[in-house]
Design a binder for this molecule. Structure first.
Ligand code: ADP
Ligand code: MG
Length: 375
C-alpha cells in the first residue's frame, strides 16, 4: 500500500500536516535543516538537510510515495526533475516555480485575467522613480523571492525614501507595487484533489500588523455578495494552477468592493488554522486527502464564529512557555504551541483559536488567552 508522505519543510505547517497524516495512518518523513524541527517532533523520520539540497530531495522521493512541501523555498527544479522520474509531487513543481517568484506570479495572474494591484518590474533607483510617477506614492518595494511575513516588503512614502528601501532589500531581485488602500484583507483556502475534486473554505478576514498576520476572523464579516465574489475568484485561481493540494489565496477588498488577489500560497496557510477547530475537515487533513487521492472532506464551519490569534515572539532567546494553564481554563479556547526552541521578535511560535456564538465573543476570549500566554 502507498502510505508514505514526504514533506519538504518542517515548520509549524509541516507539523500540523504531519499530525493529520498520522491520524489517517500515514508514515511521514520530513526534510528540514533544523534537527528536531517542529514537524520532525511528531513525524516518523527527518532528513536533516537544506530545502534545496538535491541529494536529500531525491532521497525523500526514494523513501516515500507522495511528496509535498510547506514552504516556497523548496527546490522547484529538483521537484520537477523527480516528478518527471515518476515521483508524485503535489502541488506541481511547475506551480511552485511560478508562485515562488512573486513577480512571475503577478504576471501569470494578469495573463489569466485575475485582478491584482498594479505593479512594475524594477531593478534600480531610476526605474523606481519612473514607475513611482505612474503608480503614485505610497508604493511598496517587494523582493521577488524568499519573502514571507513581510520580510521582503518595504513601504516607500515619497521619493526621499527610495534609497533606504533599496538598502533594505540590497542584493535581491525586486518589483514595485502600488499601495492598495483596502477596506479589508480577505483570504480563501481552496483544495483540489489529485482526482480533480474542488472544495472551497469559508472566506475569512485577516488582520496584519507590520505585514505579519496577527488575527483571522472566520467567517469574514462581509456580506454574502462579497463572500461569493471572493470564493469565485479563488476558484478561478485554482483552475489556472496545476496540481493537487490546499492553496491559500490572499485578497484585498477595496473601498469600492472590488476583490483583488494579493498573493497565492501553494500550501496550507496561516489564515486556515481556524479550520482545525471550526470546520468539518481542517485544511491540514484536506491537504493530506488531496495529495494522496482520497476524497475531499466537507469544509463547512461547525461553529458560528472562530477567531485565531498568532502567538508571535516578543524577545530573542530560548523559548519558555508560560500561562498555558490559565489560558486553557477559558472554555472553547485551543492553544497550539509549535515547539520552536528559539524565540525571536515576531517569530510565529504558536496560535490560539477561540470559538463562540459570535465573532465579538470569540475575539474577546482569544485576546484574553493571548495576554495570558508568553513564550
Ligand atoms: N500593495 C499593497 N497595498 C497595501 N498593503 C499591502 C500591499 N502588499 C502587501 N501589503 C500588506 O503587507 C502584508 C504582507 O504582504 P505580502 O505581499 O502578502 O507579503 P508576505 O509574503 O510577507 O505575506 C499584506 O498582507 C498587506 O497587509
Ligand atoms: Mg502575504
Amino acid at each position: 500500500m502507498k502510505n508514505k508522505i514526504g514533506i519538504v519543510g518542517g515548520g509549524q505547517l509541516g507539523k500540523m500536516l504531519t499530525l493529520e497524516a498520522k491520524r489517517l495512518g500515514f508514515t511521514v518523513v520530513i526534510l528540514d535543516p533544523t534537527r528536531k524541527s517542529p514537524a520532525a517532533q511528531v513525524s516518523d523520520y527527518q532528513l536533516v538537510a537544506d530545502f534545496k539540497n538535491e541529494k536529500a530531495i531525491k532521497r525523500l522521493a526514494e523513501l516515500t510515495d507522495y511528496i509535498t512541501f510547506e514552504i516556497e523555498l523548496a527546490n522547484a527544479d529538483i521537484l520537477n526533475e523527480i516528478s518527471k522520474l515518476g515521483a508524485k509531487v503535489n502541488p506541481s513543481a511547475k506551480t511552485l516555480n511560478i508562485i515562488k517568484d512573486r513577480l512571475k506570479q503577478k504576471e501569470f495572474l494578469v495573463k489569466n485575467n485575475i485582478p491584482v494591484a498594479p505593479f512594475r518590474n524594477v531593478n534600480n533607483r531610476e526605474n523606481i522613480l519612473e514607475s513611482a510617477k505612474k503608480l503614485g506614492y505610497p508604493i511598496l518595494l517587494k523582493a521577488r523571492l524568499d519573502a514571507y511575513d513581510g520580510r521582503g516588503n518595504v513601504l516607500i512614502k515619497d521619493e526621499k525614501e527610495i534609497d533606504d528601501a533599496l538598502e533594505k532589500l540590497v542584493d535581491r531581485e525586486l518589483f514595485l507595487e502600488g499601495f492598495v488602500s483596502f477596506k479589508k484583507e480577505l483570504a480563501v483556502m481552496i483544495a483540489r484533489s489529485s482526482k480533480g475534486e474542488i472544495a472551497v473554505y469559508p472566506v475569512v478576514e485577516t488582520v496584519h500588523k507590520n505585514s505579519i498576520c496577527h488575527t483571522v476572523f472566520a467567517p469574514a464579516p462581509v456580506d454574502t455578495a462579497i463572500q461569493k465574489k471572493a470564493k469565485n475568484l479563488a476558484i478561478k485561481v485554482i483552475k489556472v494552477l496545476k496540481g493537487a493540494g490546499v492553496f491559500g489565496i490572499e485578497m484585498f477588498l477595496t473601498k469600492d468592493n472590488k476583490v483583488l488577489v494579493n498573493e497565492i500560497a501553494p500550501r496550507v496557510h496561516n489564515s486556515g488554522h481556524y479550520s482545525i477547530e471550526a470546520c468539518l475537515t481542517s485544511q491540514f487533513e484536506q491537504h493530506i486527502r488531496a495529495i494522496t487521492g482520497l476524497p475531499l472532506g466537507r469544509t463547512d464551519m461547525v461553529v458560528s464564529a472562530a477567531v485565531m490569534i498568532n502567538i508571535l515572539g516578543e524577545r530573542h532567546g530560548q523559548s519558555e512557555l508560560k500561562g498555558l494553564e490559565k489560558a486553557l481554563k477559558l472554555p472553547n479556547v485551543s492553544v497550539h504551541i509549535y515547539g520552536k526552541t528559539e524565540t525571536r521578535i515576531e517569530r510565529k511560535m504558536g496560535h490560539i483559536t477561540a470559538i463562540d456564538s459570535s465573532l465579538k465573543k470569540a475575539y474577546n476570549k482569544a485576546l484574553i488567552a493571548r495576554k495570558l500566554i508568553s513564550i
